[in-house]
Design a protein around this ligand. Structure first.
Ligand SMILES: Cc1cc2nc3c(=O)[nH]c(=O)nc-3n(C[C@H](O)[C@H](O)[C@H](O)COP(=O)(O)OP(=O)(O)OC[C@H]3O[C@@H](n4cnc5c(N)ncnc54)[C@H](O)[C@@H]3O)c2cc1C
Length: 301
């Protein structure tokens, strides 16, 4: 039985593995892809000390660093987690593993529109993360799809950076927090225009995005498009373990990244811990979770 099994190969899982190894825990990391969502972040300007690094390069550095500590990085997908005497049994698509403690770091899935051009122009004008990418669109005309909190807050930020922001929303009235909603509508006197009752049907472009087609028959020229229609934490695997989730299905953790189930910790975008959902918060949560596993196992001896 391993001391610690980390599920997830993103910033949180890799951060957790590094710290777990430094705590001399017998640790393995399981994920189908090493690097996680970082692999699709085209330029990262907020990882302190390495401005402008590409997401993939940053993740390669994380992986190299973890490999220096000889943590086995197992390219498999976990299908089932069971509580067993003294720990947990994990079944993957290929094998079974047992661990005294688990760090669960499976991240989030950003909801997609599922329209033509979306995949093609992702990272080429289409973004799912305004916190990460807004500043690439300085003085451009951009669109933002959605009408909830993410779209609302994204609009407020983009209005300070872009020349003009079109909010493309399928509903009658924005449904972000009331104060955010009011602020967005107030900006219509400046550089924001909210277009209601509209769906984007196609993203068009050449090498990069140049515009969108709408279901009212119109086309718009745009220099960027933010799709902010929500993100879902990846929590399918914890359902049978009765792990506490909040109303948005993020895993409830305490300050030590512990869940309500003894020996089961969580880190990164999948948790309730930080609203920021960034590399720096995810890696930090991973490191805290590893320290908690170390303390937990020590207390068991
Ligand atoms: C387009 C984009 C650009 C971004 N740019 C930035 C940026 O510039 N700066 C910044 O700080 N943040 C950025 N972010 C946010 C950042 O990517 C996330 O905060 C970070 O990746 C979260 O790390 P994580 O480890 O929690 O999750 P993830 O990186 O999503 O990793 C989750 C891991 O879990 C694995 N997994 C899922 N299910 C299973 C399973 N059943 N079995 C095994 N493994 C599983 C996945 O394969 C993956 O390896 C960006 C996000 C996006 C979408």
């Amino acid at each position: 039985m391993h001391d610690c099994i980390v599920i997830g190969g993103g910033a949180a899982g890799l951060g957790a593995s590094l710290y777990a190894a430094r705590f001399k825990l017998d640790t393995i990391l399981i994920a189908p892809d090493m690097g996680g969502t970082g692999n699709i972040a085209h330029r990262v300007d907020n990882w302190i000390g390495d401005p402008g690094i590409s997401g993939i390069e940053l993740m390669q550095k994380f992986i190299k660093h973890v490999k220096e500590y000889e943590v086995p990085l197992i390219n498999e997908s976990v299908k089932k987690i069971e509580k067993i005497e003294g720990g947990f049994k994990l079944t993957t698509n290929k094998a079974e593993y047992e661990g005294k403690a688990v760090i669960y770091a499976t991240g989030m899935k950003h909801r997609k529109l599922g329209i033509p051009g979306e995949e093609e122009f992702q990272g080429k004008g289409v973004s799912y993360c305004y916190t990460c990418d807004a500043h690439f669109f300085k003085d451009k005309v951009v669109g933002i799809v959605g009408g909830g909190d993410s779209a609302g807050l994204g609009t407020l930020l983009l209005s300070e950076i872009a020349e003009k922001v079109f909010v493309l929303y399928r509903g009658e009235r924005l449904k972000a927090e009331p104060i955010t909603t009011e602020q967005v509508y107030a900006l219509e006197e400046k550089n924001v225009k909210v277009i209601h009752n509209v769906n984007v049907t196609e993203i068009i472009g050449d090498k990069t995005l140049t515009g969108v087609k709408l279901d009212n028959g119109e086309s718009m020229e745009l220099g960027g498009l933010f799709i902010e229609i929500g993100a879902e934490p990846v929590v399918e695997l914890v359902k049978d373990l009765n792990i506490n989730l909040n109303e948005r299905k993020f895993i409830e953790v305490d300050k030590q990244m512990a869940t309500n189930l003894e020996g089961f910790y969580a880190a990164g975008d999948v948790t309730t811990h930080s609203n920021l959902k960034q590399f720096i918060t995810s890696a930090a949560e991973g490191s805290t979770a590893a320290q908690s596993v170390y303390k937990y196992l020590k207390s068991k001896k």
